[in-house]
Design a protein around this ligand. Structure first.
Ligand code: PML
Ligand code: MG
Length: 260
């Protein structure tokens, strides 16, 4: 029997709701058939209540029927770049972003943005032509939503690629694949805002998912995501894709081709 698909979203903050100035603690996105909604709600509530950024005093879970049909995407090709310090990691990230046609000055500008913006709920969209942040969401940022990856399929992929079988890797890969598959995306830069997680990545359709083992120091609560675009003609359509288009990852052995 075909079940309806639901989007399950969670956000948690401390010091009040996000829109009232609360500090972002945690967020999560799931896309599941109706019988799995209850379990996913529990998973997300657990994530929010046991987070290294602190205990939230605001927690919201939203469950919504998705009416659009799902699009299936292959996970990006993944590669891990091991570095001995976060300084070295930033150099690797800068070199990768430069390969995508982004100038050094812009790259360093966005490093500074992420250093300053620990706790943005969503991502920053940065135009490499005008050298400006072009979304107008301020502290909210753009929250990529409506995406998921079936657990067993993810685990087979992670084992084959010798990656940690963690929900963190699954969620990051799902998001990076969704973002990279839009033709307006030039690249993505991400490092976690969690103080106990220092691995980050640069991703693009061409480069794939380039993990970098250290992009910040332990204890640092700064981090987030930057989506680089180049004169994005229709920013509203781009944001609509990121927030609304339902995407499911599906890895088949036949899809495991090397891109870079
Ligand atoms: C996050 O924690 O929000 C982002 C983690 C990005 C890196 C995940 C990985 O590949 O290890
Ligand atoms: Mg986080």
């Amino acid at each position: 029997m075909q079940h309806d698909i639901y989007s399950v979203r969670m956000r948690a903050a401390k010091g009040g709701k996000h829109e009232e100035g609360g500090k972002h603690i945690s967020g999560g996105e799931k896309l599941v058939p109706y019988p799995e909604v209850k379990d996913r709600v529990i998973t997300l509530v657990d994530k929010a209540l046991t987070h290294s950024r602190g205990n939230p005093d605001f927690l919201q879970v939203q469950v919504e029927l998705v009416r659009e049909s799902l699009t299936y995407l292959s996970p990006l090709h993944s590669q891990t770049n091991r570095v001995s310090s976060f300084h070295e990691g930033r150099v690797v990230a800068a070199n990768l972003l430069e390969k995508c046609g982004i100038h050094r000055k812009v790259i360093h500008q966005t490093f500074t943005l992420l250093e300053q913006h620990g706790g943005l709920r969503g991502a920053i969209i940065f135009d490499i032509h005008s050298d400006k942040r072009i979304d107008t969401r301020e502290k909210k940022g753009i929250r990529v939503s409506r995406m998921d990856w079936e657990q067993q399929n993810f685990e087979r992929w992670a084992e084959k690629n010798q990656l940690p079988l963690t929900s963190r890797v699954k969620e990051a890969m799902t998001l990076a694949t969704k973002v990279a598959n839009h033709s307006d995306t030039v690249a993505e830069l991400c490092w976690s805002d969690d103080p106990d997680y220092i691995t980050g990545y640069v991703a693009s359709k061409k480069l794939g998912y380039q993990r970098i083992s250290k992009l910040k120091e332990y204890g640092d609560k700064s981090g987030g995501r930057v989506f680089f675009v180049n004169r994005c003609k229709n920013i509203e359509a781009y944001i609509d894709y990121l927030e609304k288009k339902p995407i499911f990852l599906d890895w088949g052995v036949e899809n495991d081709t090397q891109i870079n």
